[in-house]
Design a protein around this ligand. Structure first.
Ligand code: MRU
Length: 375
């Protein structure tokens, strides 16, 4: 198998870690397809690149959240199909086997619709009347197209969202205070991010910012990943306990909230990291704009009602144990009594009436219906 790496030119800006350009996931430059990805479980303590060569390794990376964030797991799922076909070729198996593999990849995580969306797009390129080698080429091209499109979408989100921040700056003429939840930056996409993209753009345009970073229990994507990203870009930020946002809004210390999304219904109801809903409630009470940044790949046009969105329930261990670093070693400590129950829903839903603006690659909209009409 020869992979033609010139099939697609991918132009990535890349975000900074200690002054060096990085993105979250990329193809290794080799004859056989392999995917390199930052292992997000180890950040901010260790920067390790995982090399993924089989579809099962990719599924595990998604389930275990070495690779995470809605757009990124979509891209990872797309490449998992490509890896699976590569393995079938190597093992001299027939293409029919892919039929059993597809649902395994699609359901690696249940909530972010980007995963199913990207897998379905790649699978639509499979044509059983063609050779398996030809199919490999076709799915690889589609995975690269999805990768490229998501990078571009995030860049557009950066530009459109920047205009909202710029408006606030024109009004207040002082540093703009923005609160964000979870990690919706370049680690969760490939480049730029969704919720953090307008923040990066505004910072590069010279608008002074202060970002309130929700720690985002139980996995602490805010305090571990968002802070790590913002440090890399040199953006002033302060990590807060998840429950602090309401107080800050009451004190007038939040000018806007920006979050990402894992699945948005056609009605505009937003499923995102658990805790988002409480921030939206507080924002409404205090007249703080609540913006949701998303590529349109995050919209589930099919789902009739937000109550039908599958909410992932993860291991109680994520509540019962905290992970940190001690004497240069990453370690886990138990923080709950043995015998108590813990419940770990990973996402919640913010109904559309709490969302002030949807920032997408197609522009900024008051409602998802407006977005639909415009396209
Ligand atoms: O469980 P995670 O870390 O994959 O959840 C991620 C989020 O909830 C993000 O806010 C969302 O995917 C938007 S990503 C740009």
């Amino acid at each position: 198998l020869i992979i033609n790496n010139n099939l697609f030119e991918i132009n990535i800006i890349c975000m900074k870690i200690n002054g060096i350009d990085y993105c979250s996931l990329w193809e290794e430059n080799s004859k056989k397809l392999a995917i390199n990805a930052i292992d997000q479980r180890l950040l901010p303590f260790e920067l390790k690149i995982a090399k993924i060569t089989t579809y099962r390794e990719m599924i595990l990376a998604i389930k275990d959240m070495a690779i995470r964030g809605a757009p990124l797991i979509g891209i990872a799922g797309a490449y998992a199909i490509v890896l699976a076909i590569q393995e079938l070729i190597q093992n001299k198996q027939t293409l029919d086997r892919i039929i059993e593999i597809i649902p395994e990849i699609r359901m690696a995580r249940p909530t972010a619709v980007n995963l199913m969306w990207a897998v379905d797009r790649v699978v639509s390129k499979i044509d059983f009347s063609l050779s398996i080698e030809k199919n490999f080429e076709r799915v690889l091209l589609m995975a690269r197209q999805i990768y490229y499109d998501e990078v571009n979408s995030c860049k557009q989100i950066a530009k459109f969202g920047f205009e909202l921040i710029e408006n606030l700056y024109s009004k207040y003429r002082r540093p703009i205070n923005i609160l964000t939840h979870c990690n919706a930056g370049w680690l969760a996409t490939v480049d730029w991010g969704t919720a953090l993209a307008p923040i990066y753009y505004a910072h590069r345009e010279g608008i002074p910012l202060l970002i309130w970073v929700d720690e985002t229990r139980p996995r602490n994507q805010g305090s571990k990943l968002t802070s790590f990203e913002l440090l890399g870009e040199g953006i002033p930020h302060t990590i807060i306990a998840d429950n602090t946002g309401g107080l800050l809004m009451q004190m007038g210390k939040v000018d806007a909230v920006i979050v990402g999304a894992d699945r948005v219904t056609g009605e505009g109801d937003v499923c995102n990291k658990v805790g988002t809903y409480l921030k939206a409630l507080a924002a409404k009470e205090h007249n703080v704009p609540f913006w949701v940044a998303l590529p349109t790949s995050t919209i589930d046009w099919e789902i009739p009602d937000f109550r039908k969105i599958p909410i992932e329930e993860r291991s109680p261990d994520e509540i019962d144990f905290l992970e940190g670093i001690h004497q240069d070693k990453i370690c886990k400590v138990r923080i709950t009594p043995i015998g108590s129950n813990s419940l770990n829903y990973a996402f919640d839903i913010t109904p559309n009436q709490f969302v002030s603006k949807y920032i997408t690659e197609k522009g900024v909209f008051d409602s998802i219906q407006d977005l639909r009409k415009s396209t």
